[in-house]
Design a protein around this ligand. Structure first.
Ligand SMILES: C[S@@+](CC[C@H](N)C(=O)[O-])C[C@H]1O[C@@H](n2cnc3c(N)ncnc32)[C@H](O)[C@@H]1O
Length: 339
């Protein structure tokens, strides 16, 4: 059977290896194989057509590979498996963990690309949904660049919200977007929905709004970093920008095929604006935090009521739990078409 790989002449091996790392395609758990003239570079998956074109003159085939010698796991190093997440070259743990220092050192050893381990000293709080951190190990910084699905996001974790935990959810939203669409991302943060959509679905336009000036600064940087020219960034309150003139439209009213409302704790406060942004037949992607006893019905009622206030109707297309948030509390998403 073998696994997916590319076959390249040995003299072109290094540039191709670097290109595969950049594209997050190289399977580093396997050892690169070779014969007299060629290298076989193992891949984590079959590249798509765009990636194949970018790789240029190489052969795609299947080949057998040996595993790298087994390095000690984090559990081997610590004697238990710690809770942590990695954003760019920063690992995050809970600061009040009694083993925080040991975990920090182990993470630096175990993840060679991690340069900083931060401990969260507060939950995600406030209007701008940010956390406070203290340095546990490594370089003292809170800014990094996170890579996800071929996009890069610069972020200062102490100044703007970002979580890699929603990466699968962002991909699911992406699957709804068509090339001619206009998308309004009401709570864009540093841009993980807006930029992914702008880059991969190439819609006509993404209007990315956020009230946090620091998030907007990174959002603008990320537009440049990802070379997307179909994102318009607006700094402001999503409830106060309906009449804002945007490139190509007199206002944001009634122009959106998709409105993304990723402010789960109080998206309901912005439903009237979301309905206003949505053109007839367009769709609202509404996020909420709900109790297991009423996962969807209460939220659907709020969306319906907002539509009714604008003399419009909704049809619910999809409802799902995105992740569990706290005991008995879930982060949910509802897709509703607004007639
Ligand atoms: C949960 S974060 C989501 C950010 C981004 N969508 C993501 O997935 O990383 C919510 C964002 O809404 C922004 N925000 C809060 N209130 C806002 C408002 N009234 N208008 C616009 N943005 C707001 C916050 O600054 C924050 O960046």
């Amino acid at each position: 059977m073998g696994i997916n790989c590319i076959k390249v002449a040995k003299r072109y091996g290094e540039p191709n290896r670097r290109a595969l790392i950049e594209m997050e395609l190289l399977d580093s758990s396997k050892r690169i194989a070779s014969d007299t003239d060629y290298l076989f570079l193992p891949l984590v998956r079959e590249p798509d057509d765009v990636e194949k074109r970018n790789l240029g003159d190489v052969e795609f085939l299947k080949h057998e590979f040996k595993e790298h010698e087994k390095a000690p796991t984090l559990e081997d190093l610590l004697g238990f498996m710690p809770h942590y997440e990695v954003i760019g070259d920063i690992a995050l743990i809970e600061a009040d963990d009694p083993d925080a220092d040991r975990i920090g050192e182990a993470l630096l050893r175990f993840h060679p690309h991690v340069n900083t381990v931060l401990g969260a000293t507060s939950p995600v709080v406030g209007e701008f949904r940010v956390r406070e951190f203290t340095l546990i190990a490594g370089i003292d910084k809170t800014e990094t660049i996170h890579k996800e699905y071929g996009c890069r996001y610069a972020v200062d974790l102490a100044k703007a919200y970002f979580t890699p935990r929603l990466s699968t959810e962002r991909e699911r939203i992406l699957s709804w977007i068509k090339p001619d669409d206009v998308v309004v991302d009401m709570f864009a943060g540093v841009g993980p929905y807006s930029i992914l959509i702008a880059k991969k679905a190439t819609p006509k336009k993404v209007i990315a709004i956020d009230k946090n000036p620091a998030a907007v600064e990174f959002l603008r940087r990320n537009v440049v970093l990802n070379s997307v020219d179909n994102v318009e960034v607006i700094e402001g309150d999503a409830n106060l920008v309906t009449e804002t003139e945007t490139q190509g439209f007199a206002s944001i009213a009634s122009i959106a095929d998709h409105v993304i409302m990723n402010l789960p704790h109080n998206a309901y406060d912005f439903l009237d604006s979301a309905v206003k942004f949505t053109k007839p037949g367009g769709m609202i992607h509404y996020y909420g935090m709900t109790h297991e006893d009423d996962l969807f019905d209460g939220s659907i009622g709020l969306i319906e009521a907002a539509a009714k206030r604008a003399c419009r109707e909704i049809e619910v297309l999809e409802k799902r739990t995105v992740r569990s948030y706290a005991p008995h509390q879930y982060n949910i998403c509802i897709e509703a078409r607004v007639a």
